[in-house]
Design a protein around this ligand. Structure first.
Ligand code: PSU
Ligand code: MN
Length: 305
Protein backbone atom coordinates (compact mmCIF):
# COMPACT_ATOMS: atom_id res chain seq x y z
CA UNK A 1 0.00 0.00 0.00
CA UNK A 2 0.90 3.64 -0.61
CA UNK A 3 3.12 4.83 2.28
CA UNK A 4 0.85 7.84 2.87
CA UNK A 5 -2.36 5.82 3.02
CA UNK A 6 -3.79 4.03 6.06
CA UNK A 7 -6.98 1.99 5.79
CA UNK A 8 -8.75 0.42 8.79
CA UNK A 9 -8.97 -3.37 8.89
CA UNK A 10 -12.75 -3.27 8.65
CA UNK A 11 -12.75 -1.10 5.53
CA UNK A 12 -9.90 -3.04 3.92
CA UNK A 13 -11.72 -6.32 4.47
CA UNK A 14 -15.05 -4.99 3.20
CA UNK A 15 -13.47 -3.61 0.02
CA UNK A 16 -11.55 -6.78 -0.72
CA UNK A 17 -14.69 -8.93 -0.20
CA UNK A 18 -16.85 -6.63 -2.40
CA UNK A 19 -18.98 -5.53 0.54
CA UNK A 20 -20.53 -2.02 0.47
CA UNK A 21 -18.52 0.88 1.91
CA UNK A 22 -19.43 4.58 2.01
CA UNK A 23 -16.75 7.26 2.37
CA UNK A 24 -17.34 10.35 4.54
CA UNK A 25 -15.41 13.62 4.66
CA UNK A 26 -13.92 15.44 7.66
CA UNK A 27 -14.11 19.11 6.61
CA UNK A 28 -17.79 18.89 7.45
CA UNK A 29 -16.69 17.84 10.98
CA UNK A 30 -13.89 20.35 11.60
CA UNK A 31 -15.18 23.30 9.56
CA UNK A 32 -18.79 22.64 8.64
CA UNK A 33 -20.50 22.43 12.02
CA UNK A 34 -19.82 23.59 15.61
CA UNK A 35 -18.70 21.25 18.42
CA UNK A 36 -20.31 19.09 19.76
CA UNK A 37 -22.99 18.82 17.04
CA UNK A 38 -20.26 18.04 14.50
CA UNK A 39 -19.09 14.96 16.42
CA UNK A 40 -22.63 13.84 17.25
CA UNK A 41 -23.60 14.13 13.58
CA UNK A 42 -20.52 12.28 12.35
CA UNK A 43 -21.35 9.41 14.72
CA UNK A 44 -25.04 9.37 13.69
CA UNK A 45 -24.07 9.39 10.01
CA UNK A 46 -21.85 6.34 10.50
CA UNK A 47 -24.70 4.59 12.34
CA UNK A 48 -27.13 5.42 9.53
CA UNK A 49 -24.75 3.84 7.01
CA UNK A 50 -24.46 0.67 9.11
CA UNK A 51 -28.24 0.47 9.54
CA UNK A 52 -28.52 0.52 5.77
CA UNK A 53 -26.11 -2.34 5.27
CA UNK A 54 -22.81 -0.63 4.48
CA UNK A 55 -19.54 0.07 6.28
CA UNK A 56 -18.78 3.76 6.95
CA UNK A 57 -15.28 5.07 6.19
CA UNK A 58 -14.71 8.52 7.63
CA UNK A 59 -11.59 10.01 6.06
CA UNK A 60 -9.09 12.54 7.43
CA UNK A 61 -5.39 13.34 7.39
CA UNK A 62 -3.78 12.38 10.69
CA UNK A 63 -0.06 12.66 11.39
CA UNK A 64 0.73 12.92 7.69
CA UNK A 65 -1.35 9.99 6.50
CA UNK A 66 -4.55 9.81 4.51
CA UNK A 67 -6.60 7.75 6.97
CA UNK A 68 -9.62 5.86 5.71
CA UNK A 69 -11.98 4.54 8.38
CA UNK A 70 -10.99 6.60 11.42
CA UNK A 71 -12.48 5.71 14.82
CA UNK A 72 -14.75 7.56 17.26
CA UNK A 73 -11.81 8.93 19.24
CA UNK A 74 -10.24 10.39 16.12
CA UNK A 75 -13.58 11.92 15.09
CA UNK A 76 -13.84 13.51 18.54
CA UNK A 77 -10.30 14.90 18.17
CA UNK A 78 -11.08 16.48 14.79
CA UNK A 79 -14.41 17.86 15.99
CA UNK A 80 -12.95 19.42 19.14
CA UNK A 81 -9.99 20.92 17.31
CA UNK A 82 -12.36 22.43 14.75
CA UNK A 83 -10.95 25.25 12.66
CA UNK A 84 -7.45 24.58 14.01
CA UNK A 85 -7.32 21.56 11.69
CA UNK A 86 -6.26 22.85 8.28
CA UNK A 87 -8.76 22.39 5.48
CA UNK A 88 -6.94 20.15 3.03
CA UNK A 89 -7.62 20.26 -0.68
CA UNK A 90 -5.58 18.57 -3.43
CA UNK A 91 -2.96 21.30 -3.53
CA UNK A 92 -2.35 20.99 0.23
CA UNK A 93 -1.55 17.28 0.24
CA UNK A 94 2.16 17.23 -0.64
CA UNK A 95 3.20 19.60 2.16
CA UNK A 96 0.72 18.30 4.77
CA UNK A 97 1.75 14.69 4.18
CA UNK A 98 5.47 15.38 4.12
CA UNK A 99 5.30 17.47 7.30
CA UNK A 100 3.30 14.81 9.12
CA UNK A 101 0.44 17.16 9.95
CA UNK A 102 -3.32 16.76 10.35
CA UNK A 103 -5.89 17.89 7.82
CA UNK A 104 -9.64 17.97 7.33
CA UNK A 105 -10.42 16.40 3.98
CA UNK A 106 -12.75 18.27 1.63
CA UNK A 107 -14.84 16.57 -1.04
CA UNK A 108 -11.74 16.66 -3.25
CA UNK A 109 -9.31 14.95 -0.89
CA UNK A 110 -11.94 12.56 0.44
CA UNK A 111 -12.50 11.41 -3.16
CA UNK A 112 -8.75 10.99 -3.64
CA UNK A 113 -8.35 8.84 -0.52
CA UNK A 114 -11.56 6.88 -1.18
CA UNK A 115 -10.31 6.02 -4.66
CA UNK A 116 -6.94 4.91 -3.29
CA UNK A 117 -8.76 2.61 -0.85
CA UNK A 118 -11.09 1.20 -3.53
CA UNK A 119 -14.27 2.89 -2.25
CA UNK A 120 -16.76 3.87 -4.96
CA UNK A 121 -19.45 5.82 -3.09
CA UNK A 122 -19.11 8.90 -0.88
CA UNK A 123 -21.86 10.73 1.00
CA UNK A 124 -21.66 14.32 2.21
CA UNK A 125 -23.73 17.51 2.60
CA UNK A 126 -22.77 19.96 -0.10
CA UNK A 127 -20.04 20.08 -2.71
CA UNK A 128 -18.04 23.12 -3.70
CA UNK A 129 -18.71 24.77 -7.05
CA UNK A 130 -18.33 27.90 -9.11
CA UNK A 131 -18.61 30.93 -6.84
CA UNK A 132 -20.73 33.90 -7.67
CA UNK A 133 -18.53 36.44 -9.41
CA UNK A 134 -16.14 33.72 -10.59
CA UNK A 135 -16.01 35.54 -13.93
CA UNK A 136 -13.55 37.90 -12.24
CA UNK A 137 -12.29 36.05 -9.14
CA UNK A 138 -11.82 32.68 -10.90
CA UNK A 139 -12.91 31.04 -7.63
CA UNK A 140 -13.98 27.59 -8.73
CA UNK A 141 -13.81 24.79 -6.17
CA UNK A 142 -11.25 22.05 -6.75
CA UNK A 143 -14.17 19.68 -6.03
CA UNK A 144 -15.34 20.13 -9.63
CA UNK A 145 -11.95 19.17 -11.05
CA UNK A 146 -11.85 16.13 -8.81
CA UNK A 147 -15.29 15.06 -9.98
CA UNK A 148 -13.89 15.31 -13.51
CA UNK A 149 -10.95 13.02 -12.83
CA UNK A 150 -11.62 10.68 -9.90
CA UNK A 151 -13.92 7.72 -10.13
CA UNK A 152 -16.07 8.12 -7.00
CA UNK A 153 -19.82 8.82 -6.95
CA UNK A 154 -20.67 11.68 -4.60
CA UNK A 155 -24.10 11.83 -2.95
CA UNK A 156 -24.92 15.40 -1.84
CA UNK A 157 -27.94 17.62 -1.26
CA UNK A 158 -27.16 19.67 -4.34
CA UNK A 159 -25.31 22.94 -4.41
CA UNK A 160 -25.73 25.73 -1.90
CA UNK A 161 -26.93 29.06 -3.26
CA UNK A 162 -23.79 30.76 -1.91
CA UNK A 163 -22.50 29.52 -5.28
CA UNK A 164 -23.56 30.24 -8.85
CA UNK A 165 -25.65 27.15 -9.59
CA UNK A 166 -25.97 27.81 -13.31
CA UNK A 167 -22.22 28.20 -13.80
CA UNK A 168 -21.54 25.17 -11.61
CA UNK A 169 -23.75 23.03 -13.87
CA UNK A 170 -22.08 24.45 -16.99
CA UNK A 171 -18.67 23.59 -15.58
CA UNK A 172 -19.74 20.04 -14.73
CA UNK A 173 -21.12 19.61 -18.22
CA UNK A 174 -17.84 20.77 -19.76
CA UNK A 175 -15.96 18.31 -17.57
CA UNK A 176 -18.28 15.45 -18.46
CA UNK A 177 -19.62 14.89 -14.96
CA UNK A 178 -23.16 13.46 -14.93
CA UNK A 179 -25.51 15.27 -12.53
CA UNK A 180 -28.23 12.90 -11.36
CA UNK A 181 -31.33 14.01 -9.48
CA UNK A 182 -32.67 11.39 -7.07
CA UNK A 183 -36.42 11.40 -7.60
CA UNK A 184 -36.08 15.04 -8.76
CA UNK A 185 -35.81 16.84 -12.11
CA UNK A 186 -34.34 19.86 -10.41
CA UNK A 187 -30.99 20.39 -8.76
CA UNK A 188 -31.77 20.82 -5.06
CA UNK A 189 -30.20 23.80 -3.31
CA UNK A 190 -29.01 22.19 -0.08
CA UNK A 191 -31.38 23.73 2.53
CA UNK A 192 -34.13 24.05 -0.08
CA UNK A 193 -35.52 21.41 -2.42
CA UNK A 194 -35.81 23.67 -5.43
CA UNK A 195 -33.37 25.78 -7.40
CA UNK A 196 -35.00 26.17 -10.78
CA UNK A 197 -32.03 24.48 -12.50
CA UNK A 198 -32.58 21.10 -14.16
CA UNK A 199 -30.35 18.09 -13.51
CA UNK A 200 -29.08 15.98 -16.41
CA UNK A 201 -31.09 12.90 -15.49
CA UNK A 202 -33.72 11.99 -12.96
CA UNK A 203 -33.26 8.49 -11.53
CA UNK A 204 -35.77 7.13 -9.06
CA UNK A 205 -34.04 4.22 -7.35
CA UNK A 206 -30.69 3.27 -5.85
CA UNK A 207 -30.65 0.37 -8.33
CA UNK A 208 -30.82 2.70 -11.35
CA UNK A 209 -28.09 4.92 -9.89
CA UNK A 210 -25.85 1.92 -9.16
CA UNK A 211 -26.36 0.69 -12.74
CA UNK A 212 -25.24 4.06 -14.13
CA UNK A 213 -22.14 4.09 -11.90
CA UNK A 214 -21.38 0.53 -12.97
CA UNK A 215 -21.86 1.31 -16.67
CA UNK A 216 -19.48 4.25 -16.41
CA UNK A 217 -16.81 2.06 -14.79
CA UNK A 218 -17.21 -0.83 -17.24
CA UNK A 219 -17.06 1.56 -20.20
CA UNK A 220 -13.81 2.94 -18.79
CA UNK A 221 -15.07 6.53 -18.50
CA UNK A 222 -12.93 8.45 -16.04
CA UNK A 223 -14.31 10.78 -13.41
CA UNK A 224 -17.03 10.82 -10.81
CA UNK A 225 -20.73 11.36 -10.74
CA UNK A 226 -22.80 13.82 -8.75
CA UNK A 227 -25.95 12.45 -7.16
CA UNK A 228 -28.20 15.19 -5.87
CA UNK A 229 -30.57 14.07 -3.14
CA UNK A 230 -33.06 16.73 -1.98
CA UNK A 231 -33.46 17.48 1.71
CA UNK A 232 -36.61 15.73 3.08
CA UNK A 233 -39.54 18.18 2.78
CA UNK A 234 -40.18 18.26 6.53
CA UNK A 235 -36.71 19.69 7.16
CA UNK A 236 -36.44 22.05 4.16
CA UNK A 237 -36.03 25.78 4.89
CA UNK A 238 -38.26 28.49 3.34
CA UNK A 239 -36.63 29.67 0.12
CA UNK A 240 -37.21 33.42 0.64
CA UNK A 241 -35.74 33.35 4.13
CA UNK A 242 -32.75 31.31 2.96
CA UNK A 243 -32.02 33.54 -0.02
CA UNK A 244 -32.17 36.64 2.17
CA UNK A 245 -29.68 35.05 4.60
CA UNK A 246 -27.36 33.99 1.81
CA UNK A 247 -27.36 37.47 0.31
CA UNK A 248 -26.60 38.97 3.72
CA UNK A 249 -23.76 36.46 4.25
CA UNK A 250 -22.32 37.24 0.81
CA UNK A 251 -22.44 40.97 1.58
CA UNK A 252 -20.63 40.38 4.91
CA UNK A 253 -17.91 38.37 3.13
CA UNK A 254 -17.56 41.12 0.57
CA UNK A 255 -17.31 43.89 3.21
CA UNK A 256 -14.61 41.97 5.07
CA UNK A 257 -12.76 40.96 1.91
CA UNK A 258 -12.91 37.23 2.71
CA UNK A 259 -11.36 35.23 -0.13
CA UNK A 260 -9.87 31.90 -1.20
CA UNK A 261 -10.20 28.83 1.00
CA UNK A 262 -11.74 30.92 3.82
CA UNK A 263 -14.80 31.99 1.89
CA UNK A 264 -16.80 28.75 2.03
CA UNK A 265 -16.39 28.20 5.82
CA UNK A 266 -17.08 31.92 6.41
CA UNK A 267 -20.34 31.83 4.45
CA UNK A 268 -21.48 28.60 6.11
CA UNK A 269 -20.86 30.07 9.56
CA UNK A 270 -22.55 33.38 8.72
CA UNK A 271 -25.64 31.55 7.44
CA UNK A 272 -25.79 29.51 10.61
CA UNK A 273 -25.67 32.66 12.76
CA UNK A 274 -28.20 34.51 10.61
CA UNK A 275 -30.71 31.66 10.75
CA UNK A 276 -30.22 31.33 14.53
CA UNK A 277 -29.11 27.76 14.22
CA UNK A 278 -32.13 26.59 12.22
CA UNK A 279 -29.92 25.89 9.23
CA UNK A 280 -27.74 23.61 11.36
CA UNK A 281 -30.72 21.34 12.10
CA UNK A 282 -31.50 21.18 8.37
CA UNK A 283 -27.85 20.51 7.58
CA UNK A 284 -27.74 17.55 9.99
CA UNK A 285 -30.90 16.03 8.51
CA UNK A 286 -29.77 16.32 4.91
CA UNK A 287 -26.43 14.68 5.68
CA UNK A 288 -28.22 11.75 7.37
CA UNK A 289 -30.51 11.48 4.35
CA UNK A 290 -27.50 11.38 2.00
CA UNK A 291 -25.77 8.75 4.14
CA UNK A 292 -28.83 6.53 3.81
CA UNK A 293 -29.00 6.88 0.02
CA UNK A 294 -25.22 6.45 -0.25
CA UNK A 295 -25.44 3.15 1.66
CA UNK A 296 -28.31 1.93 -0.52
CA UNK A 297 -26.37 2.75 -3.70
CA UNK A 298 -23.21 1.09 -2.36
CA UNK A 299 -25.23 -2.07 -1.56
CA UNK A 300 -26.72 -2.19 -5.06
CA UNK A 301 -23.35 -1.54 -6.66
CA UNK A 302 -21.85 -4.58 -4.95
CA UNK A 303 -24.49 -6.79 -6.56
CA UNK A 304 -23.47 -5.80 -10.10
CA UNK A 305 -20.83 -7.80 -11.90
N1 PSU B 1 -20.30 23.17 1.16
C1 PSU B 1 -21.10 22.89 2.19
N2 PSU B 1 -20.57 22.36 3.31
C2 PSU B 1 -19.23 22.07 3.40
C3 PSU B 1 -18.41 22.34 2.29
C4 PSU B 1 -18.96 22.88 1.22
O1 PSU B 1 -22.29 23.14 2.11
O2 PSU B 1 -18.79 21.60 4.45
C5 PSU B 1 -16.96 21.99 2.36
C6 PSU B 1 -16.71 20.64 1.67
O3 PSU B 1 -15.65 19.98 2.35
C7 PSU B 1 -16.25 21.06 0.29
C8 PSU B 1 -15.46 22.31 0.61
O4 PSU B 1 -15.46 20.09 -0.36
O5 PSU B 1 -16.20 22.95 1.64
C9 PSU B 1 -15.32 23.19 -0.60
O6 PSU B 1 -14.48 24.26 -0.29
P1 PSU B 1 -14.01 25.27 -1.43
O7 PSU B 1 -15.26 26.02 -1.82
O8 PSU B 1 -13.01 26.14 -0.77
O9 PSU B 1 -13.45 24.46 -2.54
MN1 MN C 1 -12.22 28.41 -3.74
Amino acid sequence: MNAYLWVSDEVQKAVSCNRPVVALESTIISHGMPYPQNVETAVRVEKMIRENGAVPATIAILKGKLCVGIDAEQIEYLGKKGLAVPKASRRDLPVLLSRGGDGATTVTTTMIAARMAGIRVFATGGVGGVHRGAQTTMDISADLEELARTDVAVVCAGVKSILDLGLTLEYLETKGVPVIGYQMEELPAFYCRHSGFPVDYRLNTAVEIAKAIHAKAVAGLIGGMLIANPIPPEYAMPEDEMNACINRALAMANERGVKGKEITPFLLDAIKTLTEGKSLAANIQLVLNNAKLGAQIACELCKLK
